[in-house]
Design a binder for this molecule. Structure first.
Ligand SMILES: [Zn+2]
Length: 267
C-alpha cells in the first residue's frame, strides 16, 4: 500500500492556468498532471498509489473559503484526502480553522513563501494554538522554494522554534527543508516532527537523505511526491536507493501516514 502525503490539484476550471503559472514561477518545471483531480487519480492508478493527500494554499484572505470548499468537495472520495488552508494574516483565520474542522478536513497546509510570512514569529502563536486545539495536522512547505528568493519563511532553524508552539502533528515537507539538509540534521532531526519525502528525487543528495533517515528514524517519515511536479515513480526510485528494511519502507510508504490520518486499507 502507498499513501502519498503531498500532492496538489485544482478545480477543473482553473487547473490548466494554475499549473502553467506555478510552473513558470518555478523556472519552467515540467508538470506530470494537468492539475485536475481526475488526472491525479489516473496517475495514482498508474503508479500504484492508493491514497493521496491533496494540499492547497490560500494565498490571500478572500481565497480561504473557496480553497476550503474545494478541498471539502474532493475530500474522502476515490482515494483523495484533502487538507484545507488559512491565510495567516486573514482577520477570520481562526474562525476559518473551525470551519475546516467542521468540514471534516484533517489538516491544513501553510506555505510561508506564497503566504509571505515567517513561521517563527511570535504573532503566529495564537494560530498554531488554535490549530493544535482542533487537533489538525499542519503541513508546512519547508526550506527553499525554487520560485522565491531568500530569506525563506520556514528554514529548519525557524521551524525548530515554531514547533514548540504546536501540540498537534506537524509535517515539514521536502525532507524537512528543501535545499537545507545540513540544517535539517542540525535543527530538526530527532525532534517531534514528521518529514515528507516530496520533491526529493534529483534534488536531495543521497548521502543526506540516508543520514536524515538514520538520525530521524523511519517512524516520522512520510512518503510524498509533490505531484504534479514529481511523480511517485521518481520518489520511489530515490527511496529504493536508500538503505531501508522492508518493514521500514512499509512504514514510510503507508503505515506512518495511515496512522496519522486515522485511516486503514478500506476507508
Ligand atoms: Zn508541494
Amino acid at each position: 500500500m502507498i499513501l502519498d502525503f503531498h500532492t496538489h490539484c485544482f478545480p477543473d476550471k482553473i487547473a490548466a492556468k494554475a499549473v502553467e503559472k506555478l510552473s513558470f514561477a518555478s523556472g519552467g518545471l515540467t508538470p506530470y498532471t494537468d492539475g485536475t483531480v481526475s488526472r491525479l487519480r489516473e496517475r495514482m492508478a498508474e503508479d500504484g498509489v492508493d491514497r493521496s493527500v491533496v494540499l492547497s494554499i490560500a494565498t490571500n484572505a478572500h481565497q480561504q473559503k473557496s480553497v476550503n470548499d474545494f478541498a471539502a468537495s474532493i475530500n474522502g472520495k476515490e482515494g483523495v484526502i484533502a487538507f484545507g488552508s488559512v491565510y495567516p494574516y486573514a482577520e477570520d483565520a481562526l474562525d476559518e480553522l473551525e470551519r475546516i474542522k467542521d468540514l471534516g478536513l484533517k489538516g491544513v497546509k501553510l506555505h510561508p513563501d506564497y503566504q509571505r510570512f515567517s513561521v517563527e514569529e511570535d504573532r503566529w502563536k495564537p494560530l498554531y494554538e488554535k490549530i493544535s486545539s482542533l487537533g489538525l495536522i499542519t503541513v508546512f512547505h519547508a526550506g527553499w522554494d525554487i520560485g522565491f528568493p531568500p530569506p525563506y519563511g520556514a528554514t529548519p532553524e525557524k521551524m525548530e522554534k515554531a514547533l514548540s508552539w504546536f501540540s498537534s502533528p506537524v509535517v515539514a515537507a521536502h525532507w524537512g527543508g528543501c535545499g537545507c539538509a545540513e540544517s535539517v540534521l542540525k535543527h530538526l532531526c530527532g525532534k517531534n516532527v514528521y518529514f515528507d519525502t516530496s520533491f526529493g528525487y534529483g534534488q536531495m543528495p543521497k548521502p543526506f537523505a540516508q543520514e536524515i533517515l538514520n538520525r530521524h528514524g523511519t517512524k516520522r517519515m512520510l512518503f510524498g511526491t509533490d505531484t504534479p511536479w514529481h511523480t511517485a515513480e521518481m520518489e520511489l526510485r530515490l527511496l529504493n536507493s536508500l538503505e531501508l528494511t522492508e518493514e521500514e519502507k512499509q512504514d514510510v510508504l503507508w503505515n506512518n501516514g495511515a496512522a496519522l490520518l486515522g485511516i486503514n486499507q478500506t476507508n
